[in-house]
Structures are given as C-alpha cells and as structure tokens.
Ligand binder design. Structure first.
Ligand code: F6R
Length: 614
C-alpha cells in the first residue's frame, strides 16, 4: 500500500499511547483502518506474547478500543494506518498481521508483487492465512524461516519478496527488539535516548525526536532501546549518519508543501508509476481484475462520471474509439441517470470515480445495470460503494487524495483508460503489434514525462503572476485538447473562483467570440498536432480581437512561438496520451492563480471532496 503509514517504538515508556499518537500524526495521509501490536509480558512466567488491537475507520476508534483494554501494556510495539489495496477495509485485513504461531507481527507499506506465489507455497505446508492481504505472506514466511535467529530469518524472508516494502516486525521471543526493512517505500529511524522509533513518515517522529536515520533500499535496521544497528542486504553492519530535522508538524504533514494540492500535483509521477507498473508484464498489459471480460460481447461503450472524472472519461472516449474502433459515448452521470438511456447486454458502461461514493455516479450505474449493461468501474478508493456495485473494477492506486481539487486522481484515471483501451484493442485485434508495442512504451514513460512537465513549475508561477487578475478566461482546444481544456478550465475556476469556460476551438466563431475583448486571456491547448493548424487559425481569430494567448504545445514545436504571447512546452508523447502530460502545467497554473488571489486552495468554498448527495 503506497500511502499507508507505519510506526514503531521501543523504550521504557508504554508503547500504546506513543504508537497511537504516531498514528494520529499519520491520519492526514488518508486511511481506512488502523492497528497496533505490542510485546506483552506475562508476570507469572516472565514470557512474552504479542497482543493486537485493530479498528476499521478512524484512529479514534482504535483509541477507544485501547482505552477499554487496561491490560494492553508493553514497552515495544508497532502500528499502522491502512489504505486498502488488496482486500476491503476490515478489521481482518487491517495491520498488524500475525504469524499463524502467534510469535511474529508485521506492519507493511508497499505492495508484495509475488505474494500469490508465496502464499500458495506456504499453504502447501499447511499454513493458514486469515486475511486477503499481500502483507500476511511476509509474517507467515518469516515464522516459517525462523530457527531461533530473528535477523537471519528476516534476511531470508525479504530476499524472497519482490515489489515494494517498508516493514516493521516484532517477535514474542525477542523483547525490546524491532526489525525494520525497506525497498522502494520510505522508512526512517528516529533516534532517542534510551528509546528509539521507526516510521514511514517524518510526521510520526517529530514530536518525539529530531534525530533521524534515512534508510536506503535493501537495508535492515535492528532497533533496541539503547541502540540502532543497520545492515546491508547481505547482513553486514554498516555505518549510517544521523540527520537533524527542523520541520514542524504542519510542514511535515504536507512534506514541506504549503498545500495538499501542490503535494498531490508533485506526487503524480509516483502515482502514475503505482497505477501503471504492476500492470505491465513482458511488454504486455495485464489486468488481473478484468481477465475474463470478453470485449467481443459488446457493440458499444458508454462512459459516465461527474466533474473531473467525466473529463477523464472524455479523454477515454477518444482513446477507446481510436484504438478499438467501437462507438463510445461519454456523458455526465447526473444527466444519464434521468434520461432513460438506450442500452442493453451489448453495452459496456465504464464509470469513473476517485472517491467511489459520488451519488449521481452510483445512481447512473444502477440505472445502466438495470438495463442489462455490464459495468466496469475505475475507482481510487478500495472497497468504496462504486467498486462494490460494479461487475468489474480497476483501481487506480493513486493513493489518498486530500485536496478537494483532484489532480493525481484525474491523471491516473486517464492512465487506466489508456491501458484499458490498448488491452481491449489487443483482445479485439483492432491494433497492430507495432502500435500495441509503441503504446505500451509510451504508457510506461508517462511517469518520467510527467516529472519533466513538473519542471515547468517556476515558469508557470511567473505566468500566473502575469495573468492572475484576468476576471474571465477561455480554454480552447480540438479533439483530445478539447477534453484537456474542460479539465484545465474546471481546475482554475474551482480553486481561484475566476470565471472560466472551455470551448471546442472551432465553436468559438458560433457565438462566444463576441466575448473576446482586448486583454482577455485565452489558453490554447495545442498538443493534438493533427489539428494544430486549425487551432492556430482560432488563435489568430482571438488575437485579432485583442486577446492574449497562452499556448501549451509539444516540445519541438517552433511555429507556436509566432502565434502565442506565451508558450509552455511539454514533453512529446503519443497524441492519445498527451492529456496526462498537458494537464500538469494547467494544474500548476490554477494553483498559482488561486494562491495569488488569496484563495483557500485545499478547501475551496462551496465544494466537498466526496459528493454523496444529489
Ligand atoms: C474537481 C473534482 C470533482 C470530482 C467529482 C467526481 O477537481 O474533484 O469535479 O471529479 O466530484 O468525484 P469522484 O471522482 O470522487 O466521483
């Protein structure tokens, strides 16, 4: 789980309150369940056992459970906030997970890609699994490998794991000791006096210690109250530096960014990676979750969603139609639900939702199901209503999105739609081998290209300084660029409260051009190169009426400089995938214009993150 939180403590104080405090600090990241485990000493025989508490929902539920258990005592333990990826949010799937013999407990961030293989291997030895998670294999394998030497068993265990992890492990047989290990998931050790900590995130540590050790991939830490030893992947002890941090809690929660929106914009390369990488194997798109979906059953596709998710759907319509050569419609859910749409068993309905709880989208999907359509949902929040109601569900795995204005939610939806279109076209044989291979390569390069688009940050800020006091703006584009215009315009208006409209560039002359007057800003999206000349003539029409034009075009496009007042060049990619990259400077533009106008960026007025009412 890329966005979960982990923490651990060993020392002389009661671990329970310290772990719960750490988990509260991690709440801002978003999660759906939480849990803690401690080593508990039995007075009678001086033996230790592991005690656990878990709760679905808020950390406050876990605190209530803790307060009702006066015997939950121990000075060494681990804790976790979970954002579900494998298995629904539930007490059973919440971490920590315990080995079948009850001797070991683990908390884990990340995804174990080969968990199914390890799980079936261990099941052959009679080991019973309790949860649906990928994480449980770590602790079961650890117990299986254990021969009296904790460190050796852990090293052997992690050498089998592929994917990503930051883990914390305790054992009933090693009081006061925690092992923590990392691969492609963040992990820090907090160094105190007579007590030590670990966490996935600085926020869980700053109120206890400012001295941290940054763990690197492949390293393992042995943490006791008086000492922290770090080993390399071969088990040799290595020297690590202790770094002093000077962040306060508020800055730490947002990883140093002023707003969650900026943090989430900047997280897009990582979020796209999490969406894409696990689904590409040997240059093929592999969707385990829809492997039995037979595309030849359908004669058309209908996409429905609300707001930005609908805009992602507009991009998806273009990609699916282009690659699958099948009619595709996209429609806002609030209209579709009351339209008595014509559809039947040959219709595939794709519903898109970050939260998975949007009331109009749920109503529209129910309507489509009643008419016999098959529903495929593209959702971020695991176990949400839409995910459960759909016949098939593909998760975007973007991690929790806190800011009201969606950013990584939108780009990962488009990435899933693009992968789906290529996958479906492969099944329908409407795509050549060469085109399939080249799309897969371009999809895999989206995270890196998104990162390069983010390099425009300071340039976009300057443009926002120049244009922030425009009271009314237009976004124009054709084909895929029009879909991006819709999203760019919504992003700006919802957080900056400026009036903004998106127009199919060719439509301007049918009325809207009357509103163009000297000084009006027109943002022209020009990455759909097939129609570049057409968009240029629209740019010339608005310029002739005194508008100022900010254009977004692909790197290498020289002629745009003669047409627009300002130009943002983004990395070139396949025209069908360009929206993922092209929207990034538009998100930054909306952010900086809103900042300049003194708006509450993360919580814009009149808006909610999840619209669960009609
Ligand atoms: C805009 C935004 C909204 C949502 C819409 C649907 O930035 O976030 O327009 O896209 O409310 O929400 P979900 O995707 O949760 O169904």
């Amino acid at each position: 789980m890329i966005m979960c939180g982990i923490t651990g403590y060993t020392g002389v104080n009661q671990a329970g309150p310290i772990l719960l405090e750490g988990l509260k600090r991690l709440e801002y990241r978003g999660y759906d369940s939480a849990g803690i485990a401690i080593q508990s000493r039995n007075e009678a025989d001086d033996m230790y056992s592991i005690k656990m508490l878990k709760a679905t929902g808020k950390v406050s539920h876990l605190v209530d459970k803790f307060e009702a258990e006066p015997d939950f005592k121990g000075v060494c333990g681990i804790g976790h906030t979970r954002w579900a990826t494998h298995g629904i949010p539930s007490d059973t799937n919440a971490h920590p997970h315990l080995s079948a013999d009850g001797k070991f407990a683990v908390v884990h961030n990340g995804i174990i890609e080969n968990f199914a293989e390890i799980r079936s291997e261990l099941q052959k030895y009679g080991i019973e699994f309790k949860s649906e998670t990928d994480t449980e294999v770590i602790v079961q394998l650890l117990a299986y490998n254990y021969n009296g030497n904790f460190k050796k068993a852990l090293m052997k265990t992690i050498s089998r794991l592929t994917g990503s992890y930051a883990i914390g492990v305790i054992s009933a047989e090693h009081p006061g000791t925690i092992f923590a290990a990392k691969l492609s998931s963040p992990l820090l050790i907090g160094v105190g006096i007579g007590e030590n900590y670990f966490a996935s995130d600085i926020t869980a540590l700053v109120s206890n210690t400012k001295n941290v050790i940054d763990m690197d991939d492949g390293e393992v830490a042995e943490i006791t109250p008086d000492e922290v030893k770090v080993y390399d992947h071969a088990g040799n002890e290595i020297k690590k530096e202790i770094r002093q941090i000077n962040w306060d809690i508020a800055a730490a929660e947002k990883s140093g960014y002023e707003h969650f929106m900026m943090k989430e914009i900047m997280e897009q390369p990582q979020a796209l990676k999490a969406t894409i990488e696990p689904r590409i194997k040997d240059e093929e798109i592999v969707f385990g979750e829809i492997k039995d979906l037979d595309m030849s059953k359908f004669n058309r596709v209908h996409i429905t969603a609300c707001g930005s998710a609908y805009h992602a759907g507009c991009v998806g319509r273009g990609i699916i139609e282009a690659l699958c050569r099948m009619p595709v419609e996209a429609e806002v859910a609030s209209e579709l639900r009351y339209r008595d749409p014509i559809m039947d068993g040959k219709t595939l309905v794709i519903v898109i939702s970050q939260s998975g709880e949007t009331a109009d989208t749920i109503a529209a999907m129910k309507e489509c199901k009643e008419k016999g359509a098959t529903v495929l949902a593209i959702v971020n929040v695991v176990g949400s209503s839409i995910a459960k109601l759909a016949d098939y569900c593909i998760y975007t795995w973007a991690g929790p999105e806190i800011a009201v204005a969606t950013t990584k939610g939108y780009t990962t939806q488009v990435a899933v739609l693009a992968m789906f279109a290529v996958w479906a076209a492969g099944q329908l044989k409407t795509i050549s081998h060469g085109a399939y291979a080249s799309m897969v390569i371009d999809i895999m390069r989206l995270p890196e290209r998104a990162q390069r688009a983010l390099d425009l940050n300071s340039r976009v800020k300057k443009l926002a300084d120049k244009y922030y006091d425009n009271q009314s703006l237009f976004f124009i584009g054709r084909n895929m660029d029009y879909a991006v215009a819709l999203e760019g315009s919504l992003k700006l208006k919802e957080i900056s409260y400026l009036h903004s409209e998106a127009y199919a560039a060719g439509e301007l002359k049918h009325g809207t051009i009357a509103l163009i007057e000297p000084g009006r800003l027109v943002v022209a999206l020009c990455c759909y190169e097939k129609l570049f000349d057409k968009t240029v003539s629209n740019i010339q029409q608005v310029k002739a009426r005194g508008a100022r034009v900010l254009a977004v075009a692909h790197e290498g496009n020289r002629s745009i400089f003669q047409e627009a007042d300002d130009v943002l060049l983004v990395p070139q990619t396949d025209p069908l995938l360009a929206p993922v990259i092209e929207i990034i400077p538009m998100q930054l533009f909306a952010y900086y214009v809103a900042e300049k106008n003194g708006c509450d960026i993360d919580k814009p007025k009149n808006l909610a993150k999840s619209v669960t009412v009609e």
